[in-house]
Structures are given as C-alpha cells and as structure tokens.
Ligand binder design. Structure first.
Ligand code: OSB
Ligand code: MG
Length: 369
C-alpha cells in the first residue's frame, strides 16, 4: 500500500457516567482516529486512544497529534509499505509514544484486511469465535454507590468485575462486595496509587480471594512489584509498567506479576500485542486485553486481538452501551447475556457511523505531501 494522505481526527465523546480512577475523574474522553488514504483507493481508520491529560501515561490527545503530525506520518507518505515490519521500521527510531504509533498501525491493519479480504483476527492468528467481556467500574464517593453499580452490572450478566481503588477506598470496598455478592469473579485496579510501605493493605486484601490486583505500585516500576508479589498471595497483574517485550520479560523473570494486561495502544500496537501474548504463553503467564475507554472502533480491534490463544482471561471490553452517550460504530457492539462478545468473521466487523463521528470531532489535521 502507498499512503497518499492522512487526517488526524480529534474526538471528544461524552461518557454516559463520569469515570473516576485514582488519577482523575472524567465526564468526557478524548481520543484520536488516524484516517489513512491509499493510492489504491482504500481508506483505513486506526484509533490512538490518548486521553485529554497525560495522567495514565505521558501521552495525551494533543501530544499524540503532534507526534503523529510531525514525526510519524510525514515519513510514511508516498512510500510503498507492504508488511507490518516495514511499517514499524519507519517509526521505530521514535522512542515511546506507543498510543500514537498504534493509531497508524491499526489503520494499516484495517487496510490490510480489506486488501486480503480477511478478518483482523485471521491476520493475527486468532483462534476464538467469542471472547469474554468484563467490566471496569470507576471509583464513587461511597461504598454504597459502588455496591449499587456492582448489582446493576451483575444483573446485566457481566461475570468478571473490576473495581478501581485508591487509598482509603480499598479494603472496605472488597469486604463490602464480598459480603453482599459472595464469591463473584472480582479484581481491583489501583492505577499505581500505592507504595511498598502499604504492604499491610495488600496483606489484608489477600483474604478476599481476588482474581488479581492490577498495577498496585508506581507506573514505571517492576522491582518493587516483585518484592510485593513475594509477600502476597493475590496475583499481581501489571498494566502501566509494561510497554515492550523487554518489560514483559523483565517482569516475568523477576516475578513482578503473574498476569499481564495487554493494552495494544500501551505496548505500541497489535503486532507487539501478539508477540507479547506469545512470550507470556511460553512462560505460563496468561494475559487479557485491557482498555483505554476507546470508542467502539478501538474496542473492535481489541475483540479481535482477544481471540488469540493466550488471552485466557476476560477483558475490559464491555460493549457500546457501557461507555458513551453515542458510539461511532454500526452495528453497536453487544455483550451477550452469557458475558461473551462475538468475534466478527469479516474485516473489522463494524463500520464507522459517519454522522456520529462528525458530531464528536472537534478538530481535524491533514497531512499531505
Ligand atoms: O487502568 O485499566 C485501566 C481506563 C482508562 C485508563 C486506564 C484504565 C481504564 C479502565 C477502563 O480501567 C477500561 C475500559 O473499559 O476501557
Ligand atoms: Mg489498569
């Protein structure tokens, strides 16, 4: 394929309900779509879900726009790109900025799936026909409000529930959920809100038979997580700390985690995600696909990658009705009553709803030669 033009669409979708983590509370999100045009007349969309502020990692929608516009996209114009390796090679000198890189990589896969008339999962070696959905519940002002939300999502059929925690809203959350709902499949996500000196809290959490605890310590740490994992029974799952195959290898070798949350935009794309899942599989580390409040377009790609063999645990992919007042895909993504999402058998499996896209696009940047 030869790219002739790009558009970076800056989207600002409104969340149905404010989403709060230990790093902030948001009532809308921001994300990017990289719209890529080829000489052959195909168009590919790829989502770069960098949020409005660099709180989850150092990327944000504005930073990712800058990096795409100045450094990644110009060198792809009018160049023949036929393999993902060729694509990745053009921007590999750029350190980090994995979300920005994922935007163009996803667009490449969208075009590839049209060229080869294959679903995304077939290009990546997926094996599953359906994948298990989970839901990630944000923090609330009180434990009571969290219990109400848990009750609602259990009624909807979600089987694996993740709840955000922060200091002061941790043990009491886990205890109350266990008291009210028994032994449901429950996990917590700290988004790096704790330090090693908080060990007594994690020892206390050990009694609740949690599926895992996600990213308890610093966003850039592996060593302290290894120390913590040696002291607690609950499996640690790393999210923020893992950006590359090398990070994954170091975390596994040092015993810093027993599970990895693979978010394609955090690790630099779907090809890296595949390689990371395979590395983890060789080391008996199961993985699952996390989310970054992507629109349905990004979530669709996450469904396809979740069909790879080592994605053994439910992901943070919750269906179109869980996130925004209006999603940009048609049909909408549905979680069935048994908590499963069908893996599409053609292409991406969804189309972009151009009217809905227009309504939430706040800026467009064009890159041509
Ligand atoms: O840590 O997994 C996280 C959302 C934004 C940033 C970080 C995280 C999350 C979620 C929600 O937990 C995942 C989703 O449903 O998209
Ligand atoms: Mg997380």
């Amino acid at each position: 394929m030869i790219f002739t033009k790009f558009e970076i669409l800056h989207l600002k979708p409104k969340l149905k309900k404010a989403f709060e983590t230990s790093f902030g509370r948001f009532d809308h999100n921001e994300t990017l779509l990289v719209k890529s045009f080829t000489k052959e007349g195909l168009v590919g969309f790829g989502e770069a879900p960098a949020m409005q502020v660099p709180f989850y990692n150092y990327e944000s929608s504005k930073i990712a726009t800058l990096v795409l516009k100045e450094y990644i996209l110009p060198q792809l114009l009018n160049k023949e790109i036929n393999s993902v390796d060729e694509l990745i090679k053009t921007y590999s000198p750029i350190r980090g900025h994995n979300m920005a890189k994922t935007g163009i990589e996803a667009a490449f896969w969208h075009i590839k799936s049209q060229e080869e008339n294959k679903p995304l999962w077939a290009l990546w070696g997926g094996v599953r026909k359906e994948v298990e959905a989970g839901i990630s519940l944000g923090l609330e002002k009180s434990v009571e409000e969290i219990l109400i939300k848990v009750e609602k999502v259990l009624a909807k059929g979600f089987k694996r529930i993740k709840i955000k925690i922060k200091p002061g809203m941790d043990v009491k959350v886990a205890r109350s959920v266990r008291e009210k709902f028994g032994n449901i499949s429950l996990m917590l996500d700290a988004n790096s809100a704790y330090q090693l000196r908080d060990l007594p809290i994690f020892k206390e959490l050990d009694q609740f038979n949690l599926l895992m605890i996600e990213q308890p310590l610093s966003y850039d740490d592996i060593i302290d997580h290894a120390k913590l994992q040696r002291e607690i029974k609950t499996p640690i799952c790393l999210d923020e700390s893992i950006h590359s195959l090398d990070d994954a290898r170091k975390a596994i070798e040092s015993g810093a985690c027993k599970i990895i949350n693979i978010k394609p935009p955090r690790v630099g794309g779907f090809w890296q995600s595949k390689l990371m899942a395979e590395l983890c599989e060789k080391n008996n580390i199961p993985v699952w696909c996390g989310g970054l409040l992507e629109t349905g377009w990004g979530k669709a790609f996450n469904v396809h990658i979740s069909s790879l063999n080592n994605f053994k645990l439910a992901g943070d992919t919750s269906g179109s009705d869980a996130y925004y007042t209006e999603d940009i895909i048609e049909p909408l993504m549905v979680v069935r009553a048994n908590s499963q999402i069908d893996v599409p058998q053609e292409g991406v499996g969804f189309q972009i709803n151009q009217d809905a896209l227009k309504r939430i696009t706040i800026n467009t940047v064009e890159i041509t030669s």
